[in-house]
Write a protein that binds this ligand. Structure first.
Ligand code: NDP
Length: 282
């Protein structure tokens, strides 16, 4: 058995490519470690948490539906993750659980790599107000984004998120709209990046997440979904600069790896190669 154990809590979680990505990172860094899928029903979460602690797991990731419960179970939550109400990474320091969110870092790195843009001073539009939009937009606010627009089907969720963002970054200009609002098209023309953060597109027959008539040439779009989507295809056809969620997935994992191992320079390229290979094979 590996000297160090890590894992991913989820339900379901079989589809995840995180084990291939993280284990490639450990191998490249010369660390004897395993990364295991911990598929657990919400009713059994506390039992399995006691088990990973007893087994001496050094840390783990968590995905749906366990993020809120994992945050509640943590002894300490990093302040931005606390404000966003979302965690995806836990460090186990001899039984003391420290929780973080690495999604915002992952998205920021993907935007830097794809568009050569920094978060500070930028204007971003998040299409969606679920867990991933919360984690990333609050991180962006904390990193000095100048303007954040939230567009969401359920307006009350967008408004709630806007309140959180204003609390974290009073200087950030925050606006909320429902997807059908006429003003959305004009706002889109003034933002640096549009982030598609709804779950529309996860299934091949899903409709386009953002109406095609809003896809103006030159618009930079990141679709958090890491498989081909209608939005990515139609956006490219319309002359937008489109990027899928693979870069975000990679860098959120790299940041988790860094938090667990303390390595200043994690083996990003080994993890990227393994991630891309695993997604192709899946
Ligand atoms: P949530 O379930 O928390 O949020 C879902 C969001 O999608 C909400 O804004 C919801 O709107 C919206 N939505 C869902 N169905 C519809 C619909 N039919 N019409 C309009 N809006 C809809 O999911 P997450 O935030 O956890 O995840 C969102 C996406 O991000 C997923 O596809 C996930 O795979 C991806 N993701 C990618 C990551 C990466 O590393 N690349 C990391 C994390 C997530 P409403 O509020 O109105 O219900």
């Amino acid at each position: 058995m590996a000297t160090q154990r890590y894992g991913l809590f989820g339900w379901p979680v079989k589809h995840s490519v995180s084990p291939q990505m993280q284990e490639a990172g450990f191998r490249a860094a010369g660390i004897d470690a395993s990364y295991e899928l911990i598929e657990v029903h919400p009713d059994e979460l506390s039992e399995r948490l006691a088990w990973v602690k007893a087994e001496g797991f050094r840390g783990w990731n968590t995905t749906v539906p366990h993020k809120p419960a994992m945050m509640a179970a943590a002894d300490q939550v990093e302040p931005t993750a606390q404000a966003a109400g979302s965690v995806n990474t836990v460090i186990n320091r001899d039984g003391f659980l420290e929780a973080h969110s690495t999604d915002g870092y992952g998205l920021a790195m993907s935007i830097r790599e794809s568009f050569d843009l920094e978060i500070s001073g930028g204007a971003f539009l998040f299409w969606g107000a679920g867990g991933a939009a919360r984690a990333t937009s609050v991180y962006f606010a904390g990193r000095g984004a100048a303007a954040i627009t939230i567009v969401n089907r359920t307006l009350s969720k967008a408004e709630d998120l806007a309140r959180v963002i204003r609390g974290v970054a009073p200087a950030c200009r925050v606006r909320v709209y429902s997807p059908a609002a006429a003003a959305v098209k004009e706002v889109l023309g003034g933002v640096d990046v549009v982030v598609q953060a709804t779950s529309i597109g996860l299934h091949a027959d899903d409709p386009i997440a953002i109406p095609a008539d809003l896809l103006i040439p030159g618009l930079r779009i990141v679709d958090m979904i890491y498989r081909p989507t209608r939005l990515l295809r139609r956006g490219a056809e319309a002359g937008c600069r489109v990027v899928d969620g693979k870069g975000m997935l990679l860098h959120q994992g790299v940041r988790s790896f860094q938090l667990w191992t303390g390595l200043a320079e994690p083996p990003v390229e080994a993890m990227r190669t393994a991630l891309h290979r695993a997604l192709e094979e899946n």
